[in-house]
Design a protein around this ligand. Structure first.
Ligand SMILES: *[C@@H]1O[C@H](CO)[C@@H](O)[C@H](O)[C@H]1NC(C)=O
Length: 448
């Protein structure tokens, strides 16, 4: 078996196991249930916001630490964070302990970046896309199976929400063991560079205005690799800055990145508060059957199908990107608004699934458009920066609408706000599309 394939298998196994957390769709039910006896107010406006704040705070550190520690220890650490999350979730009591759970969970989410960038360091460039596809499929499979497993165990009465957490704990522990078998990495992008970048020269020609900078760094890294392979703060800072400038100086990239960040902000917020919404609607409509797990499984599966379909659809996104983003954003806004106004549990399920599936499609398009304009090495940085922006916006949104220090709106009202947020996003992109179309036809007329 070839080395890259063995690594790919390990990564997929880790991915499936760590996503096998069947208790997750029922987290809110568990927290407000007899095991923890927390009030919905405590859960919604004191506990859940902690995830957003912690993720934002940890992301910057994690990005650099991942590179510095050479990926693998951070992947193992991700597993350990999940184990600690479930230990505190099972045995901890009270608001402070559950805020600790959210912090640990945020640490696990933030270190996911190591899983994504490890591929870059260990897999040959020619296999990069295949391995990325496999690992993403592994994550989706894990999530889908977790949803089904959780739903079946709850529906058949084999497990209550408490016992489900032990199953999650077992799977994330197994994932951590698998992570230990991943081979170590000896080179990274910023701190531990073995050789100067091969594409520095090509970039040199691409960015004529930055020629000076690039040459200088190219020389520095060449010298580094010959005399002493150690990094210096200045060299790391310069490499980061050059990647940053090269990545974001292009207006097309900037447009997709901004949309990406804004959409991700809304998506994270919906993920964080969909369970409170379900809980609220189920309570007011006195629904007895909860299908949270089935819904998570179904939309994960349908999103995967949609993503594959998009891969086979030949569309020139540089022309149709803006109108498609605009229309789908408006659609998503409508879905969230409906979810916030309905009293029927099944309506919130369907609108949530429609939202998630269209989001996955758009984010796939956005990330492939962004990736087109990038060197593969910069991908981690751009992804990190976009996620950082998303979390920054989300922190503001959470503080205003969800936190006990802000308005602390009820979940249905929150969803009306999120619906409005996507409508604004859609209107902005419609205006941009109209402006660009006008300019194009104006230019066309001038030419003929
Ligand atoms: C939660 O409340 C129920 C009913 O009041 C009680 O039986 C149970 O022991 C409580 N659980 C905890 C963990 O405090």
């Amino acid at each position: 078996m070839e080395r890259w394939f063995k690594i790919c298998l390990l990564l997929c196994l880790f991915g499936v196991l760590k996503e096998l957390r069947p208790s997750e769709p029922f987290l809110t039910e568990y927290l407000v249930g007899p095991w923890k006896n927390l009030t919905t107010d405590q859960v919604y406006s004191e506990i859940f916001p902690v995830w957003t704040y912690s993720y934002l705070a940890l992301l910057v550190v994690v990005f650099l630490v991942t590179d510095f520690l050479l990926y693998k220890p951070v992947i193992v650490f991700e597993g350990i964070c999940y184990i600690m999350t479930w230990c505190v979730l099972i045995w901890g009591q009270g608001v402070a302990a559950m805020q600790g759970v959210e912090f640990l969970y945020a640490a696990a989410t933030a270190t996911q970046i190591a899983y994504n960038t490890y591929i870059y360091a260990q897999v040959p460039l020619s296999k990069f896309q295949v391995v990325t596809a496999y690992t993403q499929a592994a994550l989706l499979t894990g999530r889908c199976v977790a949803g089904i497993l959780g739903q079946v165990l709850v529906a058949t009465g084999l497990c209550d929400y408490y016992t489900l957490n032990f199953i999650s704990l077992a799977f994330v522990s197994a994932a951590t063991v698998v992570a230990c078998f991943l081979p170590s990495v000896s080179q990274s992008i910023y701190f531990h560079r073995g050789k100067p970048r091969e594409d520095d020269k090509a970039q040199d020609q691409l960015n004529s205005q930055q020629t000076h900078d690039v040459k200088e760094v190219h020389q520095i890294t060449t010298e580094d690799s010959e005399s002493e392979p150690e990094w210096t703060l200045t060299s790391v800072y310069r490499l980061l800055w050059i990647d940053f400038k090269a990545s974001f100086s292009n207006a097309y990239m900037l447009k997709w990145s901004l949309w990406w960040a804004f959409a991700m902000c809304g998506y994270f917020q919906v993920l964080n508060y969909i369970q409170p919404l379900w809980e609220t609607v189920a309570y007011t409509s006195e629904a007895t059957n909860i299908y949270n797990g089935a819904v998570e499984a179904l939309h994960t599966f349908l999103s995967a199908l949609a993503i594959v379909a998009i891969g086979y659809t030949p569309v020139n996104w540089s022309i149709y990107g803006e109108p498609v983003i605009a229309v789908i954003s408006l659609f998503e806004g409508a879905m969230l608004y409906i979810a916030g106004t309905t009293n029927e549990l099944w309506v919130t399920y369907v609108t949530y699934m429609a939202f998630c599936i269209t989001y996955s499609v758009l984010i796939t398009i956005a990330s492939s458009e962004v990736a087109k304009g990038l060197k593969q090495e910069s991908y981690g940085l751009v992804f990190g920066i976009n996620t950082f922006l998303a979390l920054f916006f989300q922190t503001i949104l959470t503080l205003i609408v969800a936190d006990s220090a802000g308005l602390a709106l009820a979940p249905p009202d929150q969803f009306k706000v999120y619906g409005g947020y996507y409508v604004v996003l859609g209107v902005v992109f419609i205006s941009m599309a109209a402006y660009n179309a006008g300019r194009r036809s104006g230019r066309h007329r001038a030419e003929t």
